[in-house]
Design a protein around this ligand. Sequence first.
Ligand SMILES: *[C@@H]1O[C@H](CO)[C@@H](O)[C@H](O)[C@H]1NC(C)=O
Ligand SMILES: *[C@@H]1O[C@H](CO)[C@@H](O)[C@H](O)[C@H]1NC(C)=O
Length: 309
Amino acid sequence: MRMLVKFLCASVLLLLSALYLLGSVRHTAKTNPLPAEEYRLVSPLTYRYVLNQPQVCLSRSPFLVFLVPVAPQEAEARQAVRRTWGAPGRDTLTLFFLGLPKGALLSPLQRVLEKESQQHGDIIQMDFLDSYQNLTIKTMMMMKWLADHCPNSSYAMKVDSDIFVNVFYLIQRLRSSPRVGFITGSVIRDGSPRRDPSNKWYLSKELYLEDSFPPYLSGAGYVFSTDLAARISWASRFVRVIPLEDVYVGLCLRVLGVRPVYSYSLPRFRSLFEVRKLEYDRCTFAGLIIVNRFKPSELLQVNSVCQNI
Ligand SMILES: *[C@@H]1O[C@H](CO)[C@@H](O)[C@H](O)[C@H]1NC(C)=O
Ligand SMILES: *[C@@H]1O[C@H](CO)[C@@H](O)[C@H](O)[C@H]1NC(C)=O
């Protein structure tokens, strides 16, 4: 009798995994590459580096690379990151990704950026206009840069500059995380396109036909094993550009059949990637990986108190 139950269980499991595999195969089979004209928009090969740091990973392989998209004029935010979680560390490397300011190379801001780049060696800039709608291009630029220039790092984190990152705790968690095909953060499973043209996140049916989004990670901060950078770059050949960069990465993950992993802490299943802004409370942050939406001055404050725990 027990043998029979075991046998039945095993068969059911086998059947389920076969169905699962079939499902993912069918999924990849129906995706077609984008027309060249469309792919050109998002392909990093379309754009040139204005400022680059191609040598930063030649003499070391950081455990974790912070990829921080930031607008050209946000010098104060960059400085706050450099003085807090983005400070140079044994295991980490922090890089800022920018497009061009309005007025491009002739902008006075561009001179300032060149100076900042010489001083800190952490700015990577490409020649597309830096704008909210172009964030998808910027994200794909970060993926390509990582795949080309720092492929031997273990993990990368795409993180906004107004976030508090608990580096110590994050690295501790990552030491026991999968090394390939791994991506984690605040997973959004029930996202759908806004069809009202006055909405900030409006998406027309021409751009995106489906009624829902596949699971994706909140763009505020997500962590992935470095192998995914090249794979996501590759997958973007199959995904139409939409101006929602976090959903876009989710669409690329679907092409790859990679499932985003939700990170929670036991015993209360609290998300480690807290998307709300918590009132700062004597380092309740100690058990979280990221917390959202700080002004540069607030970020510096949180850091100085939390350093002593
Ligand atoms: C995105 O960047 C391209 C290349 O610089 C530019 O032509 C386009 O106007 C930008 N789009 C937006 C919406 O800013
Ligand atoms: C990465 O590691 C491989 C194998 O250890 C090595 O051949 C390659 O040169 C390294 N690449 C970089 C950019 O460090």
